[in-house]
Design a protein around this ligand. Sequence first.
Ligand SMILES: Cc1ncc(COP(=O)(O)O)c(C=O)c1O
Length: 406
Amino acid sequence: MSSGDPKRPVADATRVVSAGRRPEWTHTPDGRGVVSPPVWRASTILYDDVADLRRGAGGDTHHRWFYGRRGTPTQWSLADALTELEPGAEGTFLYGSGVTAVSAALLSVLSPGDELLLVDSAYDPTRNFANGFLKRFGVTTRYYDPLVGAGIAELIGPATRAIFLESPGSLTFEVQDVPAVVAAARARGVATVLDNTWATPLGFRAVAAGVDLSVLACTKYVTGHSDTMLGSVTAGPGRFAALRDVSFQLGLMAGPDDAWLGSRGLRTMAIRLERHAGTALRVAEWLATRPEVARVLHPALPSCPGHALFARDFRGGAGLFAFSLKGGTDASRAAMIDALDLFGIGYSWGGFESLAIPVDPARHRTAVPWTDRNPLVRLQIGLEDAGDLLADLDRGLAAHRAVLGG
Ligand SMILES: Cc1ncc(COP(=O)(O)O)c(C=O)c1O
């Protein structure tokens, strides 16, 4: 019987296939079974008798049949698989969205009176959670330069309890010096939370790098098909109990159907990411040669702030990056995006299809003002043929030139 659990150390591409497929979740006691844990939908869990019910409610109910809100093997399988992808991790919790995962991670390490250091390049709803809920909860937030590196040590004050990182930033793609920030935080007993959605554990092993809580918007590459909202937090040593308590107390848990879609997506994530990253790099390099383009913000290119850190720390790339239009206007950017046939216009990313949106970081930045006036376009490169995407972008750039009268 293949349990899905190889006995020897294996590569990540193998791990995403095997992880989380415990035989007790896929097989009957006489050894027959299925490849993937099925969808167990449940609120009520039935017990044999009253003594069994009392045993069920005793102790830690994490990963145990107890009540639907604590999950079933469908959720536990994906959670375990994500833990297996982060060597050294204690455990993973699943949530109904990436934003819920960000909030739960922060609430597990912050209390009223604490200070949070939040990277200026963070995803906007992460900022909204800090500026809204956390502020009302009595936590103050200070924003810091994504390129601060070891200089973060000077920003850590007596009330600082957590540092939030997002690397690369999902709009502007600065790569952070995660090991340097982690070292400074550890020296002062400050927790680190990283939004690792862009790289996933396949591109950057957050827990091995010393990050305390690694957040994924599984909505993106884990599910991979633009049809599911899902988030996860994987906890490093000593951090799981607080994460579990916050998640239990707030009643947070992803639904079994969404978790199952996450598990199904995970099985192909390595090969999808390889293709996303390969095509995205080809498109980014092509854009860098175009006279209409001022700057390409792709971590694998030297034009991206933090590129050397990307080369040093990352084991793989992704399909999301941005570029700016030289001398462009809001109208020429809109014309460019509207002229594209193969790129959908929509938020989110990580699915099989390409997307393009205008982004305006100047509106959000507070620690380091965004001064580049060339309008930015963010591209999510899907699984289409690279030549077709380049031809489409060529049409888009012609529409931008037409608006500028060139
Ligand atoms: C970097 C990053 N983190 C978190 C999220 C939030 O994920 P969700 O949309 O699942 O709430 C997103 C969504 O776009 C994101 O881009």
